[in-house]
Design a protein around this ligand. Structure first.
Ligand code: CTP
Ligand code: CA
Length: 229
């Protein structure tokens, strides 16, 4: 086979990727969020584009430039990310949930800035949080679902928690990410991950997020193809 003339791995495929953190408003000036930089999701978007896919990148607030040739949709809260995903995911072939979605949001968003002296005798304050929808699980539950890949950020028992998530959420693959290890994961330029599937366990040693993204996209394309045969 002359590989120089082989079509790129994801030619003709539509890929939807979520990236970055979400922000859950408390009042007009405050929010709850997390340390996700969006780097891994952006690297995956770039790698998928280089592999020939049409890419939609749905991202929370990040300080990153959009990869060339990728359509970027900016969102803020988990709820708005959920809605954007369900607008874009119909007819897609691959969905990659890389975003660090806030699991909870404040039950109420105050219309005005919360004043600290509202109750002078109180040294503490309580905020009631309610659950956000699980975006990747909702995509995996669609009748006409794409190939679905989730990420699992864990600080202990990495592979068992990650595989739990894969089965509970109905994912085709889960990318297990040890966010307690130094130099990889959240906000870092490098990552080291292990991909788990029904009959798959493949580790990728520490490298730049763009190198890891290239290897992951190659594996996802191969696993998607295996499902079609
Ligand atoms: N995820 C999602 N929607 C949410 C929460 C998580 O789509 N509301 C996705 C993430 O993008 C990731 C996967 O689910 O692909 C796992 O996220 P993670 O936070 O590790 O798992 P949780 O199920 O939220 O479990 P926990 O935070 O309790 O470990
Ligand atoms: Ca979570």
């Amino acid at each position: 086979v002359c590989t120089a003339f082989a079509p790129p791995l994801l030619a003709g495929k539509r890929v939807v990727i979520t990236a970055g953190p979400t922000r859950e408003a408390l009042d007009p000036v405050r929010y709850l969020s997390n340390h996700s930089s969006g780097k891994m999701g952006f690297a995956l978007a770039e790698a998928a584009r280089l592999a020939g896919a049409e890419v939609v990148l749905i991202t929370g607030p990040v300080a990153l430039e959009s990869p060339k040739g990728v359509r970027r949709v900016d969102v803020t809260s988990a709820q708005s990310m959920y809605e954007a995903v369900h607008r874009e995911v119909a007819g897609s072939d691959l969905f990659i949930a890389c975003a660090a979605v806030a699991d909870y949001r404040p039950a109420e968003v105050q219309p005005h800035k919360i004043k600290k002296d509202a109750s002078l005798e109180q040294d503490s304050m309580q905020i009631t949080l309610v659950r956000n929808p699980d975006i990747v699980a909702s995509v995996a539950a669609l009748a006409d679902k794409p190939f679905v890949v989730g990420f699992a950020a864990e600080t202990r028992d990495l592979l068992s928690y990650a595989d739990d998530k894969r089965r509970r959420k109905g994912l085709d693959l889960v990318v297990a990410n040890d966010v307690a290890a130094t130099g990889i994961g959240f906000n870092s330029d490098e990552n080291a991950v292990t991909v788990l599937g029904e009959n798959l366990e493949q580790a990728f040693t520490q490298a730049s997020k763009s190198i890891v993204a290239g290897s992951l996209i190659e594996l996802f394309a191969q696993q998607m193809g295996a499902g079609e045969r």
